[in-house]
Design a protein around this ligand. Structure first.
Ligand code: F6R
Length: 614
């Protein structure tokens, strides 16, 4: 949610800022703006909507900033105040000398605003951010030093922020700081890049320094200086990032989502390296820092997550209970944090998050940590706020996921849960050897099976087109694939805006069946195993109400042709691993429907990739 960029160097700043903002678009936004240091003032340009609107605005004024080599930029996802030009960042003090961009939420903005108004601040927007601009400007009047002004101001701010600040009187200087919101500095040759996330810096440099909470960095053409909130200079921790710029390109695919769906076989192979060598050897999971004795004695696990990660957590619950016989609760983080939870040092708490920045999950994790629970984090971002809270960190290594709709990170989370459950089962001795070996053997060949589905995707595309004009869509499943139904429905709803719902099939007759008629597509996730026959009966019940039946199945039963108007066949797989296979066609259906309807596949309306507000 929201994205910040900043640049100081010797190249035209506007191109770097706009390019950086494009790389952060996946975070979700509804207005944008940049500020550029010009001859004797700072010029600000803003626009509602997409970055194209900002670019058009900039084209009209390009002579004003053609020599600018320093600036800051922002994409805003509206929280305080509508997505208008006035509320768009950058924001300034009364006279426009002090300019800031901000990501996060200033919790005490009302109190600060009242104080600052008494001192003469004139507020123009409805944002919480403008308070910070006036506050830093006020501190600047007292200190005449931008870094010091930022340092003093941030002591009075409550809430989450990543800030990048410039001042007309301090030419060629950017100051940036953060608390509970991501921010890094890309370190080039005689130039620096500030950004909320790596995609904005990696096209220019692989060297970067992640800021820790409350640290303040000052960037000039002569170098950078890092201080702590007491003003003490800190050593700089510049690292070489493992990301390749090519990972951030579409590589010939029409959308990032399609590219990311196709990356899934390799994502799985990547996770298995070093952890699962062969079926005869034990799983190696050094990341889990609980002692074997503690693991053996665990009698309760809580998993907390949101959205797609929550669905991965539900599969996790199923397999941990099945493989290890440990009771597992799964809960949406946003619910977990507002009730009295029974958690203590004997509970293992697992937080699952692609971004590692989701505010609700982060809060939930901090709450359980305070109660003494061991915190295991499953995330795609080992550099995230959640990763820093982890006692054990399982990094899923799916590579940067650009499309807002999570696909490869979901698969990576699923596979991580399988490894964790197998690892615990081996320690506890809760699964017999033959079962353990058969699951491990089949897990290793899952990537090939996904490749088979992907090489046959035309039939799925055909199916998607057939149902693209429906207003509603129902997904049914039972057992281990109930979360698959939820995830399939979530994918469709978020990128096509079709009202899609996932149900445990046995629940149909307790209410949802009333909605069925000849206009309703019902997709049945009919994987062979313990609930196959039951689900077949539930599908018959739906068919009897004239629903348009679709099967997603690994069964070759000829009789299915009588019941279903479309059959999506997937390679055979044992039931316990079937969620990894069954989700692939559902991701593709959502993708093709969205693409067919001409929706913005990678950046669906109203959504943000990293949900940093509760
Ligand atoms: C759906 C999607 C969201 C996220 C949710 C949690 O495609 O991407 O539902 O799964 O916002 O985000 P993370 O996993 O980053 O905590």
């Amino acid at each position: 949610m929201c994205g910040i960029v900043g640049y100081i160097g010797n190249k035209p700043a506007v191109d770097i800022l706009i390019n950086g903002l494009h790389q952060l678009e996946y975070r979700g936004y509804d207005s944008a703006g940049v500020a550029l240091q010009c001859e004797d003032k700072i010029n600000i340009y803003k626009a509602e909507g997409k970055l194209e609107n900002l670019s058009s605005e900039l084209t009209l004024h390009k002579r004003e900033f053609e020599n600018a080599t320093m600036g800051i930029g922002h994409i805003r996802w509206a929280t305080h105040g509508a997505p208008t030009v006035i509320n768009a960042h950058p924001h300034t003090c009364n006279c426009g000398s002090l300019v800031i961009v901000h990501n996060g939420i200033i919790e005490n903005h009302k109190e600060l605003k009242a104080l600052l108004e008494k001192k003469g601040a004139k507020f123009r927007s409805q944002t919480d951010t403008e308070t910070v601009a006036h506050l830093i400007a006020y501190k600047y009047e007292q200190t005449r030093n931008l870094t010091e002004a930022v340092r003093l101001a941030t002591k009075e701010i409550e809430g989450a922020y990543a800030l990048c600040v410039m001042h007309k009187n301090e030419k060629n200087k950017l100051v940036a700081t953060k608390r509970n919101a991501p921010l890094l500095v890309g370190v080039g040759e005689g130039e620096y890049f500030v950004a909320s996330d790596v995609p904005a810096t990696i096209p220019y440099t692989k060297k970067a320094m992640y800021l820790h909470d409350n640290e303040i960095v000052t960037l000039t053409l002569n170098g950078m200086k890092l201080i702590n909130p007491d003003g003490i200079e800190l050593a700089q921790k510049i690292e070489t990032l493992p990301w390749e710029p090519v990972a951030l390109s579409k590589m010939g695919y029409k959308h990032f989502m399609l590219k990311e769906i196709h990356e899934q076989p390799d994502v799985i192979r990547n996770i298995l390296v070093g952890k699962l060598h062969c079926a005869e050897e034990n799983i190696s999971l050094n990341e889990v820092k609980l002692t074997k004795d503690t693991l053996k004695e665990l009698n309760r696990i809580q998993i907390i997550a949101c959205g797609t990660s929550l669905h991965a957590a539900m599969v996790g619950k199923y397999i941990i209970e099945n493989f290890c016989g440990i009771a597992v609760d799964v809960e949406a983080s946003s619910e977990y944090i507002y009730r009295k939870t029974v958690t203590d040092s004997k509970t293992l708490v697992i937080g699952v998050s692609q971004s590692g920045e989701t505010a609700d999950t982060l809060t939930a994790i901090k709450q359980s940590k305070a109660k003494g629970s061991h915190i295991l984090i499953i995330t795609n971002r080992p550099d995230s706020a959640m990763a820093r809270e982890a006692d054990s960190l399982l990094s899923v290594n799916a590579g940067i996921e650009v499309s807002v709709a999570a696909t490869k990170s979901y698969i990576a989370q699923l596979v991580s849960f399988y490894l964790l459950a197998l690892y615990m089962a081996e320690i506890k001795g809760s699964l017999d050897n033959a079962t353990l070996q058969s699951i491990k053997t089949d897990l290793m060949i899952v990537p090939q099976k996904i490749e088979q589905i992907l090489s046959n995707k035309e039939s799925i595309q055909q199916c998607a087109r057939h149902y693209a004009n429906t207003k509603d869509f129902i997904y049914i499943a039972r057992g281990i694939n109930y979360p698959t139904a939820l995830e399939g429905a979530l994918k469709l709803k978020e990128i096509s805006y079709i009202n899609a719902t996932g149900y445990p099939a046995g629940e149909l007759k307790h209410g949802p069946i009333a909605m069925l008629d000849e206009s309703m597509p019902v997709l049945s996730i009919l994987m062979k195993g313990s609930v196959y026959e039951k689900l077949l009966s539930n599908s018959e019940e739906a068919k009897a109400r004239n629903a348009r039946m679709i099967a997603l199945t690994n069964s070759k039963d000829e009789k299915l042709k009588e019941l279903f108007e479309f059959i999506i066949e997937v390679p055979d797989i044992q039931e316990l691993l079937s969620p990894i296979i069954a989700i692939i066609p559902l991701q593709l259906i959502a993708y093709y429907i969205s693409e067919y309807l001409g929706k913005d596949v990678d950046q669906p309306r109203n959504l943000a990739k990293s949900v940093t507000v509760e």
